[in-house]
Design a protein around this ligand. Structure first.
Ligand SMILES: Nc1ncnc2c1ncn2[C@@H]1O[C@H](COP(=O)(O)OP(=O)(O)OP(=O)(O)O)[C@@H](O)[C@H]1O
Length: 260
């Protein structure tokens, strides 16, 4: 069977990414930390999922394992039908470039390149020509058509993050992982970026998984998955910020009990 995802034979219902009994242990002996403890979770295609949980609960580790940025200790991490542990480093690099988009808290744009050059850079590094129609759609969706010649320093933080979102979407990836994408933005720019992420899911059929601490940001998602102490402890569908906040407060209250 092919190790490549999104083969024409893949069933439509196959999740964009999934972890099955995924355990990730860092260090040994005294410094051993179980960052993920038998986590099983699926991220459906064309859905916007937020991952929440207290600091140290394993959110970034889950994202890194599913994106092939970090290996797993046991269990499975898959993008589509591709088992990441079975790929060589070279295959992993190609998968990240072709199938996965990333949005980081700090934008990570190259200052000497224009917005358009930043957006198409990962494609050009991979030797691929951008699909002009898709690129127009993405640029239109994130509202950047009149800013494409600007360099990052000539753009606001919100506009820079919109460039980063367009860059993540440019290869039409199977899944976009966004790590605190609004962490460096004021609430208005943050809401705009979240709106564009949501539009990329609703209108373009993209799949987004976003780590956030912010209940207002999480409320833009279709679903919220809660982690605590390296485990999935709950989830909410069609969340409101109030419901997310309530759930977070419950987990905070239960945390001392869980640790004993
Ligand atoms: N490279 C590493 N080496 C050792 N321990 C690590 C490493 N990365 C993460 N950890 C540990 O694994 C646990 C989970 O960390 P992780 O960064 O996934 O949590 P998080 O929920 O993303 O936290 P935050 O919200 O603070 O970013 C923590 O105890 C952390 O200290």
């Amino acid at each position: 069977m092919s190790q490549r995802s999104s083969s024409p034979r893949s069933p439509v219902t196959e999740p964009a990414a999934r972890a099955t009994n995924l355990t990730k242990v860092y260090g040994t002996g005294q410094t051993r930390v179980t960052a993920l403890d038998e986590v099983s979770v699926e991220f459906a295609r064309s859905r916007f999922t937020a991952v929440m949980g207290p600091s140290g609960s394993g959110k970034s580790t889950l994202m890194h394992c599913l994106a092939g940025l970090d290996g797993v200790t046991s269990g499975s991490a898959r993008i589509g039908d591709t088992e990441l542990a079975q790929l060589t480093d070279r295959q992993l690099t190609a998968l990240r470039r072709e199938k996965v988009g990333f949005v980081f808290q700090g934008f990570n744009l190259l200052p000497t390149l224009t917005a358009l050059e930043n957006i198409t850079l990962p494609l050009r590094i991979g030797g691929r020509r951008p699909d002009a129609g898709w690129l127009d759609t993405v640029v239109g969706t994130v509202g950047l058509a009149d800013r494409l010649d600007h360099r990052p320093a000539e753009l606001s933080g919100g506009q820079q993050q919109r460039v980063a979102v367009a860059r993540a979407l440019a290869s039409r990836p199977d899944i976009v992982f966004a790590d605190e994408p609004t962490g460096n933005l004021d609430s208005r720019s943050g809401a705009e970026v979240l709106g564009f992420l949501r539009d990329s899911v609703r209108e373009l059929g993209q799949t987004v998984v976003m780590v956030t601490h912010d209940p207002v940001a999480a409320a833009h998602a279709d679903r919220v998955v809660f982690l605590a102490d390296g485990r999935v402890v709950d989830e909410l569908h069609e969340p409101t910020s109030g419901a997310v906040l309530d759930r977070m407060l419950q987990f905070e209250a239960q945390a001392p009990a869980r640790r004993h």
